[in-house]
Design a protein around this ligand. Structure first.
Ligand code: SF4
Ligand code: SF4
Length: 474
């Protein structure tokens, strides 16, 4: 694509199906990364673009920013950078991106930049830049050192915890807004509360997002998949596609995923409502008001496409596969691609392919069957296409429903949802410390989510080297 080629013109009037806004994830360095997490199958997507440097050109950057801003008919636009590892693009690329946003921003448009990183390359220059332009930085951390280092390793198989913490210190030093993105996997699934406390108490996190690790495999690929998607010496990576109804040993257990979330919820609802934002709790609360802010638990999806480094647009970051390629923004305007019948069908299928078990489920209004990529199990009646995580999702939504309903009532009365913490404290006092903990662990409340909760068995950040030398305030 030449930088001098005529720009693709926005369809006018906009196609009937064009959404007023959407959340595109741009992958400027494709799926390339400077580390090699054992569970990360995204790296195998490099093979979709053989003999390619996997670097977004200036022409593609400009087409992306211009089309993104002119496609939005909402005042709020998110420019979301993702990978692979976007810091591999170097800072100059993002300085140019910010200039282009200023050049193409429509009157009244408010632009939020987000940036998902493993944190290894963050330094003063990066963090000054993030601060200057109000970036919200997502930092990938899977918990304290022992849990994080289980799967988040470099190409030599060494844990990356220390390097990530160096990046985190730099973000803190420059006052950059950050959130923690934590995968829930076989290594940390038993430690929800410990992981959450680590983020809150040691990293000072105010925004936390949990995503389940689910790696699918077939009879043919399960053995090699269990060894990890990492580069094997002298061998090509196995290309990951959303096929197979087996899962790897690193995959979170279905019920365990729900138990992990409940473990976190019982801690959060006693101490942190209104102070720490846990994405799934917040979006579930919003769902009570009919607002679905997270595609995974919305009735339909299709508004979160992924842009590859060369301008190819895919239906979703989880479906960067030839079958789900919508087109290229150098040939067709992104608005036309997102409004295309293929993409609208992709999104509608989320609702139209629900199993009978989902359609009759009492938590359907919050769960909505979960993400289609995870629908490879059998339902209770043996119907294929059911969500692998169902047991955990049902457990979680059933568990949190009554408490969130109390928060809904508070909001309807014009009161703060944080007042729910006083109700929970009164309930705890009434029921006493030695009853079974409501989280379902089987332990006594006092020694589980109560005041004698055990200390973390894992090592934390070296406090002496923390910025400011103190634990961040809760
Ligand atoms: S496929 Fe899953 S992750 Fe992708 S847009 Fe739909 S719900 Fe979201
Ligand atoms: S909890 Fe299970 S049955 Fe209910 S909507 Fe979710 S995936 Fe379907």
């Amino acid at each position: 694509m030449s930088a001098l080629a005529a720009p693709i013109v926005m369809p006018s009037p906009p196609p009937a199906n064009a959404p007023p806004g959407f959340h595109l994830l741009a992958k400027p360095s494709g799926s390339t990364c400077n580390i090699d997490c054992t569970y990360c199958f995204f790296l195998s997507k490099e093979s979709l673009y053989p003999n390619d440097k996997h670097r977004m050109s200036e022409a593609t950057l400009e087409a992306y920013i211009r089309q993104l801003l002119e496609s939005h008919r909402t005042p709020q636009v998110t420019v979301a950078w993702q990978g692979g590892e976007p810091t591999l693009m170097k800072l100059e690329f993002f300085r140019r991106a910010v200039e282009l946003v200023e050049q193409y921003r429509q009157p009244g448009q408010n632009v939020q930049h987000t940036f998902q990183t493993n944190g290894l390359l963050l330094d003063d220059d990066w963090c000054r830049f993030f601060k200057q332009h109000d970036f919200l930085v997502g930092l990938s951390v899977d918990g304290p050192r022992e849990l994080h280092d289980t799967y988040r390793v470099d190409r030599r198989g060494q844990g990356t915890f220390d390097l990530v913490m160096r990046g985190w210190r730099c973000l803190r030093k420059h006052g950059v807004d950050f959130n923690i993105l934590c995968t829930v996997n076989a290594a940390n699934q038993q430690h929800g509360r410990t992981v959450y406390r680590f983020f809150r108490d040691e990293l000072g996190a105010k925004w936390v997002q949990f995503i389940p690790i689910i790696e699918r495999a077939t009879e043919q690929t399960i053995t090699i998949a269990n060894k990890g998607w990492s580069e094997q010496p002298g061998k090509q990576r196995l290309l990951y596609t959303q096929t197979g109804n087996l899962v790897t040993e690193r995959t979170v257990g279905a019920e365990q995923y729900g138990r992990f979330l409940i473990d976190v919820f019982e801690e959060w609802v006693r101490h942190d409502v209104g102070n720490v934002y846990v994405q799934l709790f917040d979006v579930t609360l919003e769902a009570f008001f009919g607002r679905h802010l997270l595609c995974i638990h919305a009735p339909t999806c299709g508004y979160g496409p992924a842009l590859e480094h060369n301008g190819d647009l895919y239906a979703c970051d989880h479906f960067v596969e030839p079958k789900y390629k919508l087109g290229n923004i150098h040939q067709t305007h992104m608005m036309a691609l997102i409004a295309s019948p293929e993409q609208r069908k992709f999104g509608q299928d989320k609702r139209d392919t629900l199993t009978a078990q989902c359609r009759g489920c009492k938590v359907l209004p919050w769960c909505n069957g979960g993400c289609p990529k995870d629908r490879f199990a059998l339902s209770h009646d043996g119907e294929p296409g059911h969500n692998y995580l169902c047991a955990g999702l049902e457990l979680f939504f059933t568990h949190v429903g009554p408490t969130l309903n109390m928060m809904v009532q508070l909001l309807r009365q014009g009161r703060a949802p944080a007042e729910v913490m006083a109700s929970i404290a009164a309930q705890d006092a009434r029921q006493g410390p030695y009853r079974p903990c409501p989280c379902g662990s089987g332990r006594k409340f006092r020694f589980c989510h109560g005041d004698k909760a055990p200390a973390s068995p894992f090592s934390g950040v070296d406090r002496a080297t923390q910025v400011g030398g103190t634990t961040p305030p809760r």
